[in-house]
Design a protein around this ligand. Structure first.
Ligand code: URA
Length: 274
């Protein structure tokens, strides 16, 4: 294949979300013998190991991705114990950077912790970093982040007056949905994160963070626009406004008026909270 063809193929892969090599050598599936294909299929039939194959390897080669920790309940319990012990945001950030119990970390370029002002009265929590966030190591810096900035500006806020984070600190490969177990492993970190910031008002952006932080199965369309309470593990109750995710609004601009209503409520709440 010539270089133009290769470029086209890579662009096709990137558009499809395939933007991480998993092996150092690219396998040539066209050259694969029938026997090799059958062997590979048989390996896929093997039961998933019950115990985590936690890697202590640094992410120095792409091959580390295939040795990723298999998430399990033990990792979730470990995450709870570690997160609970964080006494400051810096400590929590360090713990998250050193945590090796979530397989999402092996394919991510950065741990995306937070952006904005940790002293702010209002904290926004999204779902997970996308490509731009993974590259820059900051939440909401891509297209949906730009929209979020405009929505904040509409109620007189910016990144010096709000604090922003995500439920999941590592970009899921190809922007796939995080699995329930991956979310469960990350949950203690975002819960402790909220507890340490202790904002007067919390805003959940979209379905995943709303369901997780408000402990509900009710969808965002019914939850949004209504104040609810996030209860932290150590007993803080934080008024929370669930609203539509900016990425959803980019796909459904007609719903921006609903988000505007929610943002006006956030503005009023912050004014009355002083
Ligand atoms: N979507 C999210 O939920 N979070 C980000 O940081 C970016 C996009």
């Amino acid at each position: 294949m010539d270089s133009a063809g290769l470029r086209e193929l890579l662009t096709f892969y990137a558009d499809a979300g395939v933007d991480e090599p998993l092996l150092d050598e690219a396998p040539d599936r066209f050259q694969e013998t029938r026997a090799e294909a059958e062997k590979r299929a048989a390996q896929r039939q093997q039961p998933t190991p019950q115990k985590p194959v936690a890697t202590t390897q640094p992410r120095s080669t792409a091959a580390a991705a295939v040795r990723a920790a298999v998430p399990d309940d033990a990792q979730a319990a470990r995450a709870r114990e570690i997160a609970r012990s964080a006494e400051s945001l810096d400590a929590l950030r360090d713990m998250l950077s050193n945590f090796d119990g979530c397989n999402l970390k092996t394919t991510a370029k950065n741990t995306v912790f937070a952006d904005g002002n940790p002293q702010a009265s209002v904290m926004f929590v999204g779902e997970a970093p996308g490509r731009d966030e993974d590259i820059q190591g900051l939440p909401f810096v891509g297209r949906s982040g730009k929209l979020l900035d405009r929505m904040l500006a509409a109620i007189g806020l910016d990144r010096t007056s709000v604090y922003i984070s995500n439920v999941i600190p590592w970009r899921p490969p190809g922007n796939r949905d995080p699995s329930p177990l991956e979310t469960e492993i990350c949950r203690p970190f975002i819960e402790r994160h909220i507890e340490l910031v202790a904002p007067k008002v919390l805003v959940t952006l979209g379905n995943p963070s709303t369901k997780l932080l408000l402990n509900t199965q009710t969808g965002i369309m019914r939850m949004r626009g209504n104040w609810a309470m996030h209860n932290t593990p150590s007993g803080l109750d934080i008024p929370t406004m669930p609203t539509l995710h900016p990425a959803y609004l980019l796909r459904n601009p007609a719903h921006k008026k609903l988000a505007w209503q929610d943002f006006l409520q956030i503005k009023l709440k912050l004014e009355s909270a002083g």
